[in-house]
Design a protein around this ligand. Structure first.
Ligand SMILES: Nc1nc2c(c(=O)[nH]1)N[C@H]1C(S)=C(S)[C@@H](COP(=O)(O)OP(=O)(O)OC[C@H]3O[C@@H](n4cnc5c(=O)[nH]c(N)nc54)[C@H](O)[C@@H]3O)O[C@H]1N2
Ligand SMILES: Nc1nc2c(c(=O)[nH]1)N[C@H]1C(S)=C(S)[C@@H](COP(=O)(O)OP(=O)(O)OC[C@H]3O[C@@H](n4cnc5c(=O)[nH]c(N)nc54)[C@H](O)[C@@H]3O)O[C@H]1N2
Ligand code: SF4
Ligand SMILES: [Mo]
Length: 761
């Protein structure tokens, strides 16, 4: 007899980062007893990091908001959902009446992409709202990569993924996957994957101003001057042409504009760029040769290469290196995924004209260009402060008042808004400005499927997770909240059963678009039959079932008897491995020429800026970011298991800079940039390049009006008080979060006083 009969075991994927680890969660009497890695998960094989374990504390966190709340002055009052939505309706409709739909801005934060409801229903809400003021964490992150993919391959989600389990040579720029657990490269247990790569005789090379954990695990590490990767990469491309190392393999049939690349690279010899990037000409040539000679190689760049002054052209040059060495779409190189559901580049037809979803309108005040339907976060302060229409805001899973550049100014801007709604689980630095906060279920109370990350995964994987706990009484699911907002901004009356009606209408329009798509397996099928077939589910499950069934492995609604459905996927409780990545060129190319556009005009043009900055003197001291395994952007510092132990929010500084500034270990310094100053204690380490200092972001939980008891005790300081909203990657408008010019001076304060300083300044 099973003495543990009350213990239930659940398997699900961790929704906290891009690695999508499988978890084994034991519960007893509706409580989590333990969380461990699921050894039978075919992708993560038992791996998990400390954050996966923290889901228990997140679920139980007494500070998590569980009832809708309305603010009156600085007082918050719990209300019913009805009251909350009435208040939201009043606030939003007031603004819409006076200023139109553009009166409402929206900010979508990072956890949206880790949330099936958010991924499927936020777009429905946005489509109804039709505001031009749509912002998201993407323009502080990976938009340069998406824009590059849009221009070169015809789709922003056609981001080639390193085939790390088969590659012979892995060149990593500005990424620290051993700490971040990978980004735009979903692969649990990166440490093991890198060591297996080395065990089979492969090589890992890291380009980073810091000797990070990843750099330490690599065979070679080259500390680069922040913001200069584009010079290094052009030096490598120059070498490929110069030494006859171009090796297109099958890609020669599919590329446009090779001559233009050769021409621009002529001006960037390794000898010319070596001082700029602090990597010797000899090394630059060596790296180019090694890339070209390897049977398979993958070049991969992430945050450090996106959130810098030349974010887009750096992302582009990384693509070019993979192409020019024949590694795009090549086993062991970088490949496009074939996701089971929602593949944005699956069975699509090439564009009719060479137009990008870019620059179709501009931010009215800053003039920054729209990119993929969004305006850059860096324009948010100016737009809110100076716009004569943008008067209300909706934040969904975002904390821009801590995470965005010049966050102090943004906080002040938020105070000027007439009405704010936040969909969130915490009363934090951003949501404290809201008039109404609409709370969401805990991750364990909702279902999960990584629609985004299986698009970016090193193997094709599908894993559906059921909710572990039922929704508490009176808690709405996040998709229901989003549909309520949809109804409110549409100002139409959908009747009594409005959420069900809106949900039905949404799936109907998805099916309608699919049966009208000539490349779809259900082209010209009868809609009613499809809809009836889907009706066993509602909400995100219904949409997911639909996306899986019309997807590349799907049952195509009866046409493929062995094909995948959500019901079949559910029987694989540890997840389903759909195999290694497969070549997809030419079918994946969606540019108007159906070729890879090597030389998109806006990118070629930005080379002028690169040239003009070649002779610019290097700044004496620049600030870059840093991630920590026990942290996750700004929002998990209220969980004791993650914040215990030593203070992680310190400034890393090189010994020579410490001597110059006459500072010692543990001293406090005031660090200042164009936009602000903070006080922080230092850690002296020769692991950081001389002339560079680093601080993690997402800290600075000082506010009075927040409800984050634990986080306040481990407040730290906010690096975004220093980052500059006026400095952006010129092509994409992406925020520059690395390479901020700063000065430091020693300051005499007692430990624990630094936060007081913060308040006073
Ligand atoms: N200086 C500097 N700044 C940075 C970065 C950096 O490296 N350096 N990194 C940037 C990057 S890459 C990113 S992605 C951004 C992140 O920036 P944001 O997305 O703005 O901030 P997060 O810290 O992820 O905050 C997430 C918010 O969502 C809430 N939340 C959590 N789960 C859910 C959910 O399931 N549903 C809803 N509705 N809410 C939820 C949390 O309570 C929190 O308020 O920060 C950027 N800022
Ligand atoms: N533990 C943890 N994991 C996370 C997160 C977290 O906050 N904590 N955040 C998640 C999110 S939202 C994201 S987007 C990913 C990010 O994932 P990654 O990009 O892998 O993580 P980062 O630590 O930001 O790595 C950026 C690296 O770039 C280096 N760098 C800075 N400037 C430059 C430069 O100019 N050139 C070069 N070559 N390198 C430079 C930095 O030193 C740093 O090591 O991580 C995700 N995972
Ligand atoms: S690595 Fe990411 S997905 Fe895996 S347990 Fe940690 S936070 Fe969760
Ligand atoms: Mo991010």
């Amino acid at each position: 007899m099973n003495t543990n009969s009350e213990v239930e075991i659940h398997y699900r994927t961790c929704p906290l980062c891009e690695a999508t680890c499988g978890l084994e969660i034991h519960t007893k009497q509706k409580k989590v007893v333990s969380i461990r890695g699921d050894k039978l998960d075919p992708f993560s094989e038992g791996y998990l990091c400390p954050k996966g374990f923290s889901l228990k504390e997140l679920h139980e966190d007494p500070d998590r908001i569980r009832k809708p709340i309305i603010r009156k002055g600085t007082e918050w009052k719990e209300v019913s959902w009805n009251e909350a939505f009435l208040e939201v309706r009043k606030g939003l409709q007031n603004v819409i009446k006076q200023y139109g739909q553009d009166g409402i801005g929206v900010y979508l934060g990072n956890p949206n992409v880790h949330n099936l409801a958010g991924l499927l229903y936020a777009p429905i809400f946005l489509k109804t709202l039709r505001t031009r003021y749509k912002f998201s964490a993407s323009t502080m992150d990976q938009i340069p990569k998406q824009l590059t993919a849009e221009m070169m391959y015809g789709n922003d989600f056609s981001i080639p993924i390193p085939d790390i389990d088969r590659t012979d040579y892995f060149l990593i720029l500005g990424a620290n996957p051993l700490v971040s657990n990978g980004s735009l490269m979903t692969a649990p247990n990166m440490k093991k994957r890198l060591s297996l790569l080395q065990d089979r005789g492969g090589k890992v090379v890291v380009i980073d101003p810091v000797k990070t954990l990843t750099a330490k695990a690599a065979n070679e590490h080259y500390p680069i001057t922040p913001g200069t990767d584009a010079y290094l990469l052009l030096g490598m491309i120059h070498t490929l042409f110069d030494e006859n190392l171009i090796k297109l393999r099958k890609l020669s049939e599919y590329v446009n504009g090779l001559d233009k690349i050769e021409k621009i690279s002529k001006d960037f010899s390794p000898e010319l760029v070596e001082d700029k990037c602090s990597i010797s000409a000899e090394t630059i040539r060596k790296l180019a040769r090694e890339l070209s000679h390897a049977d398979s190689a993958a070049v991969y760049g992430r945050m450090g290469t996106s959130t810098q002054e030349f974010g887009t052209i750096t992302s582009w040059l990384i693509e070019l290196l993979n192409i020019l060495t024949g590694n795009l779409d090549h086993e062991g190189g970088v490949l496009f995924t074939t996701p089971a559901a929602g593949g944005r580049n699956i069975r699509k037809t090439p564009r009719k004209q060479e137009t990008y979803r870019y620059e179709r309108f501009h931010s009215p005040i800053t003039g920054l260009a729209e990119v993929l339907g969004e305006l850059p976060v860096s324009s948010m302060c100016d737009e809110i402060e100076q716009s004569n229409e943008l008067k209300a805001f909706i934040t969904i899973a975002g904390n821009p008042c801590l995470s965005a550049p010049n966050s102090k100014r943004l906080q002040k801007s938020f105070e000027k808004l007439e009405f704010i709604v936040s969909i969130d689980c915490y009363l934090n630095e951003t949501t404290k400005h809201a008039n109404v906060i609409l709370p969401i279920p805990s991750p364990l109370e909702r279902s999960h499927y990584d629609l985004s990350f299986y698009h970016l995964s090193v193997r094709n994987i599908a894993h559906y997770s059921k909710p572990i706990f039922d929704l508490p009484m009176e808690q709405l699911d996040e998709w229901e909240i989003l549909l309520h907002l949809t109804e409110i901004v549409s100002a139409k009356n959908f009747g009594e059963d409005s959420i069900k009606r809106l949900d039905d209408l949404s799936i109907r329009s998805m099916v309608k678009a699919e049966v009208a798509n000539i490349s779809s397996p259900i082209y010209q099928e009868k809609m009613d039959r499809i809809l009836e077939d889907l009706n066993r589910y509602q909400g995100p499950e219904r949409m997911l079932d639909f996306l899986i069934r019309v997807g590349p492995y799907g049952d195509h609604f009866g046409k493929e008897a062995d094909g995948l459905t959500l019901a079949k996927l559910k029987t694989n409780e540890h997840g389903l491995d759909l195999g290694p990545l497969k070549p997809r060129i030419p079918e994946v190319l969606l540019t108007s020429t159906a070729k890879i556009e090597l030389a998109p005009r806006p990118l070629i043009k930005d080379i002028e800026r690169l040239t003009s900055k070649l002779s610019e003197n290097q700044q004496e001291l620049v600030l870059i970011g840093r991630r920590d395994l026990r942290s996750n952007n700004s929002w998990m510092h209220n969980l004791p298991v993650l914040v215990k132990g030593k203070n992680r929010c310190t400034l890393f500084i090189h010994p020579n800079n410490a001597i110059k500034q006459q500072v010692n270990k543990g001293d406090f310094v005031k660090i200042s940039s164009r936009v602000g100053s903070i006080v922080v204690s230092i850690e002296i380490t020769d692991e950081i390049k001389e002339g560079v200092v680093s601080l993690p972001h997402g800290w600075g939980h000082l506010e009075n009006e927040t409800q984050l008891q634990i986080a306040k005790k481990h407040a730290g300081v906010s690096s975004n008080i220093l980052t500059d909203e006026l400095v952006v990657d010129q092509v994409s408008g992406n925020a520059v979060l690395n390479g901020i010019p700063v000065t430091i001076e020693k300051i005499n304060i007692e430990e624990g006083e630094e936060n007081k300083w913060q308040y006073m300044h």
